[in-house]
Design a protein around this ligand. Structure first.
Ligand SMILES: Nc1ncnc2c1ncn2[C@@H]1O[C@H](COP(=O)(O)OP(=O)(O)OP(=O)(O)O)[C@@H](O)[C@H]1O
Length: 623
């Protein structure tokens, strides 16, 4: 399973959360207004104890029922105002924050589409899914709640403490005693909780990956009776996640224990002291009631700090995980200036002549007569190493020189693992060459925009991928404009079965096209490759799942299409090779022979062996 890069060792939660500013900026006015409204509502809550004081020392002491009723009316109005203001705050933030979440998700999705294939090879899909769902939900909740309430509760506590100190400063100091241990606990908690939150969110990603793999691989799991071992793997991961969540709960329980108990003890102490002072006559009963009501009104703002800090830590972790993906470099666009490696032009391909025998020498001579700006598809001194391969390892492809003339189709043959798929992936720039360059009609593909490159080059892979869309939509993804192109492409790929589906070409194919057979999917993928009438066609063994009769029919139709298309076709079977005008043999990361099928059968024992259908065990891993 691919693994994600490990998270940074330490980070400041505030600095991490500040990265959300570009998304929050457009809604800052609403958030600020909502926070001010919440502060106002909270402060109204703090006026209630003062009304109580007035009632106890005034109308209640004077036994004045009208005054008591008036006080009750004030309390009711204050309570109503507080509730209405809190409701208004929620209304103010709900819509803009769901917009922020949607924007961030859209940006993440857009970025994922632009990240290179090498990134997707490295990152487990579950990690990306969990970032796009759970993490973004945590961020929305943070913006809606802890962000505002850390501020609101902070201001409320400050105002409340000032009111208490004004009522009676000695009792106020008693209430303030637990502040220091509570603050220390918060700092310690923040550090510990941040580690646990990161672990838990990463484990959610791992769990998502396992669920996704199990669902996509359900046929293999059932076919090999692996459901028990798969369930075991799932249980282990979910057990680990449960352990981390319990650890988080224990940390939260500890901080809540401290945050709730110490202030409660302080309130208890203040109550005893206050009662003694009232008995002494040095404090009015109303002041004590107001003091204690204020202290009790501050209970929720203080108690909630634990939750708010925990949610903020989770949001900081979610932000960190979100930006880990967003910070990954997208595919490079147009490479300006000179090419990366030395460009060999015309016949300047000494390695090929040395490796390829007479047929290549002939080709080199022939190319020497061609104009300097060679047309067709040309690999010039191309080397390639996968980004994660150690730099001292042998490159997968080494100094490849290959020229496919305009309108020519060239079959690429080689033992399994020799690098054929890798070579074909370089043409649409799914991977970037490490050295050298590839040209289309003389133009370096690295200097073309991706849109231009992909409008000129079409690809079909051995493993055909279809999307949850109609058959027609899947095919027309390759270009083409309508019914006519679609019908022609389906005919070339011998995919006329599409017309016989329940809703014809409008029939929806299930996820990954699994409702179709392997051969049907391959033919639709081939139709997708040819529908846009590309100048260049790259086919990675696209007929492997077809029976011989269908293959022959596809080949006959393809031959007509290929008449004016420059094509590179990975082939394993002689029947596919015969589609092509010439064949190149890839061995040990190099092109070791180029010629017609019959030439290579005569001159290359390795080629003859590969085409003979004999077990190719000894041909593998020649690099
Ligand atoms: N994403 C990747 N990261 C690192 N190495 C890779 C990656 N994909 C393929 N390789 C390695 O590159 C080499 C060439 O693989 P490639 O798929 O190009 O071979 P192939 O000739 O197409 O094989 P086959 O005929 O079996 O499809 C192999 O050794 C493979 O292990």
């Amino acid at each position: 399973m691919p693994t994600t890069p490990s998270p940074p060792e330490s980070r400041s939660a505030v600095r991490t959360l500040l990265r959300l500013w570009p998304y929050v900026r457009p809604v800052r006015a609403r958030l600020l207004t909502a926070a001010l409204i919440a502060i106002l509502a909270s402060c109204i809550g703090l006026v209630i104890p003062l009304v109580l004081k007035w009632m106890v020392d005034g109308p209640i002491a004077d036994r004045d029922p009208a005054g008591v009723w008036l006080g009750a009316l004030y309390l009711l109005l204050l309570g109503l105002a507080e509730a209405l203001l809190f409701g208004f705050r929620r209304w103010l933030v709900a819509r803009p924050l769901s917009h922020v979440e949607a924007e961030m998700r859209a940006d993440l999705y857009r970025h994922l589409q632009r990240l290179p294939v090498a990134f997707h090879d490295r990152w487990p899909s579950g990690q990306l899914l969990s970032r796009a769902t759970t993490d973004l939900m945590l961020l929305r909740m943070f913006l809606a709640f802890p962000l505002t309430f850390l501020l609101v509760n902070g201001v409320t506590i400050l105002v409340g403490v000032i009111i208490m100190l004004v009522q009676d400063w000695t009792l106020g100091l008693v209430i303030l005693v637990p502040a220091v241990p509570v603050l220390i606990t918060c700092v310690v908690f923040e550090k510990r909780y941040s580690g646990a939150a990161r672990r838990a969110q990463d484990q959610v990603g791992d769990l998502t990956t396992v669920v996704e793999e199990s669902v996509l691989g359900i046929r293999i799991i059932k076919g090999f009776g692996r459901h028990r071992s798969q369930a075991q793997a799932f249980r282990e991961l979910s057990g680990r996640l449960r352990g981390t969540e319990l650890h988080k709960a224990r940390l939260l329980a500890t901080i809540l224990g401290v945050i709730v108990t110490l202030p409660e003890l302080a309130i208890g102490a203040a109550l005893v002291l206050g009662a003694v002072q009232v008995a002494d006559g040095s404090l009015s009963a109303g002041t004590l009631v107001a003091f204690l009501s204020t202290a009790l009104a501050l209970r929720w703002p203080v108690d909630s700090i634990g939750f708010l800090l925990a949610m903020s830590q989770e949001a900081a972790t979610a932000t960190e995980r979100y930006f880990e993906v967003m910070d990954a470099e997208p595919e490079s666009g147009v490479r300006g200036g000179t090419s990366r490696g030395p460009a060999l032009r015309g016949a300047a391909a000494p390695t090929r002549a040395a490796h390829g025998g007479t047929s290549q020498a002939l080709q080199a001579l022939e190319e020497a007569r061609m104009p300097a700006v060679a047309s067709g598809l040309r690999f010039e001194n191309v080397s390639f190493r996968y980004p994660d391969d150690p730099s001292d390892s042998l490159p997968v492809l080494h100094r490849i020189d290959l020229h496919i003339r305009p309108g020519e189709s060239l079959a690429l043959v080689g033992a399994t693992g020799s690098g054929k798929t890798t070579l074909t992936a370089l043409v649409p720039r799914l991977h970037e060459v490490t050295e050298g360059r590839i040209t289309l009609n003389g133009a370096d593909i690295a200097e073309m925009s991706r849109e231009e490159l992909r409008s000129r080059v079409a690809v079909a892979f051995e493993e055909p991928t279809l999307f949850s869309a109609s058959v027609g939509e899947n095919v027309l993804m390759g270009g083409g404009t309508g019914e006519e192109d679609l019908g022609r492409a389906l005919a070339v790929a011998q995919a006329d079965f599409a017309h016989a589906l329940p809703q014809g070409v409008d029939t929806q194919v299930g996820e990954q096209g699994l409702s179709l057979s392997g051969g049907q999917r391959q033919r639709l993928a081939l139709a997708r490759a040819v529908v846009g009438r590309p100048d260049f066609l790259v086919l990675d063994d696209p007929l492997s799942a077809l029976d011989v009769h269908t293959e022959a029919a596809v080949e006959a139709a393809l031959r007509r299409v290929l008449a004016d298309t420059t094509a590179l076709i990975v082939a394993h079977r002689p029947s596919t090779v015969l589609l092509a005008d010439r064949v190149a043999l890839l061995s040990g990361g190099r092109i070791t022979a180029v010629g017609t099928h019959h030439e290579l059968l005569r001159t290359s024992p390795e080629y003859a062996h590969l085409m003979s259908g004999a077990p190719a065990g000894e041909q593998e891993d020649q690099r």
